[in-house]
Design a protein around this ligand. Structure first.
Ligand SMILES: *Cc1c(COP(=O)(O)O)cnc(C)c1O
Length: 391
């Protein structure tokens, strides 16, 4: 019986409101491997929505490394890193990650979301100030709220606005936080200029390079290599579930910074260490990321084909420096319809709608992978032309 204080009533009302706004989400069920031709909801679709940029998620070397590790050390890590969950494979991975990105030391986290919560809430607290780009990933915003520091958000990549906020701030500790590659637009933060501002105003610069690690830079070292930036005030964070093809995340930087985070970041302390087999798989991914630049070249070539051969009449293709290519449609309904038109042609590109992106900029978010072929891209282009003509 439903009573006035039925605790489920309020949930149902909210769900009804989400549904009425057309914003109810559904999960797609995937069978088989992560690859461009994806078996999803019982049909095979050519997918342009994974973050598996280098095509490593189903790479035989990663599979073999994970399988070997499971056979030798088991599945679960059994405890948190500070108790007995820190396996030698984790230790080796932290050393390898620091070397890979060219920073003194690294610390693992189980996910990027947890890394961001842990790093930011450890480094900033009441009375401190966080300065954040308005288009930052949700986990960075949630982290700022959790930290209880004052949060100042500046317009996307608006360095003048940030400088103004830094000048006015009297906070003891200042932390500038930004996506290095913005996840919905594929554009880059202006890292050298941000670093200059942080130096002038004695602030930390935290970079979330989830989409740059493995992708940017000649050797795939990410945003720091791309911009040739280096400074002890950089707090570098990247995830292992995207280009590295596995799962997890790390922070890298000066030795004292990493020691401090190891001692104080609560999402590292109060959680079970990632399965050591995932560390083994990531250790197998790193040499491939470094020594097979042809994967990055393939990514760039595919992006170039998409950008030069797509001829749009109504929709817009904003510039992007990465394998993330938005196609701006406008209203949420139109974006959904466009996504559906592609699906009818065997292609999966999800529609991204407000509040994930600003109103009026609902879009198709295309992500490319080195595992795609030129023929895949031409199929996509053809399908987009067809969908736009019918829109
Ligand atoms: C994916 C992503 C995260 C979260 O990483 P997970 O490992 O998936 O939790 C954080 N920041 C950005 C910018 C991301 O794109």
């Amino acid at each position: 019986m439903v009573t006035a204080d039925d605790p489920f009533r309020i949930l149902r009302e909210e769900l009804d409101a989400i549904a009425a706004a057309g914003l109810l989400r559904q999960r797609r069920i995937v069978d088989g491997k992560q690859q461009p031709l994806l078996h999803v909801n019982g049909e095979s679709l050519l997918a342009f929505c994974s973050n598996d940029y280098l095509g490593l998620a189903s790479h035989p070397a990663l599979i073999a490394a994970a399988r070997n590790a499971i056979e030798n050390v088991g599945v679960g890590s059994g405890a948190s890193h500070l108790i007995t969950g820190h396996h030698r494979l984790h230790q080796e991975l932290e050393t390898a990650l620091a070397a890979f990105v060219g920073l003194p030391r690294a610390l693992l986290f189980s996910t990027g979301y947890m890394a961001n919560l842990g790093i930011i809430s450890a480094l900033a607290g009441r009375g401190d100030a966080i300065f954040a780009d308005k288009l930052n990933h949700a986990s960075l915003n949630d982290a700022a709220v959790l930290s209880r520091a004052d949060l100042h958000r500046y317009a996307h990549n608006d360095l003048a606005a940030l400088e103004h906020q830094l000048e006015k701030s009297e906070a003891r500790r200042k932390l500038v936080v930004t996506d290095a590659v913005f996840s919905m637009d594929g554009d880059l933060a202006h890292v050298p200029q941000l670093l200059g501002l942080c130096e002038r105003h004695n602030a930390w610069l935290m970079l979330d390079d989830a989409h740059g690690f493995g992708v940017l830079g000649e050797h795939g070292r990410g945003a720091l290599e791309h911009f040739n930036s280096c400074s002890p005030r950089i707090i570098y964070m990247a995830t292992l579930g995207k280009a590295a093809g596995v799962s997890g995340a790390f922070v890298a930087g000066e030795s004292d910074l990493i020691e401090y985070l190891m001692q104080t970041a609560r999402t590292s302390i109060y959680t079970t260490a990632m399965p050591p087999a995932l560390a083994a798989a990531t250790l197998a991914a790193l040499p491939i990321m470094r020594d097979e630049p042809e994967r990055r070249m393939q990514l760039r070539r595919l992006a170039e084909i998409l950008r030069t051969e797509l001829r749009l009449k109504k929709w817009q293709l904003p510039p992007s420096a990465t394998p993330i290519q938005p196609l701006i449609i406008g209203s949420g309904e139109d974006a959904l319809r466009a996504s559906e038109k592609l699906r009818e042609q065997g292609i999966l590109v999800p529609a991204i709608r407000p509040p994930t992106v600003p109103h009026g900029t609902a879009r198709l978010r295309i992500t490319l992978s080195a595992a795609h072929t030129e023929e895949d891209i031409r199929r996509l282009i053809h399908a987009i032309h067809h969908a736009e003509a019918e829109a």
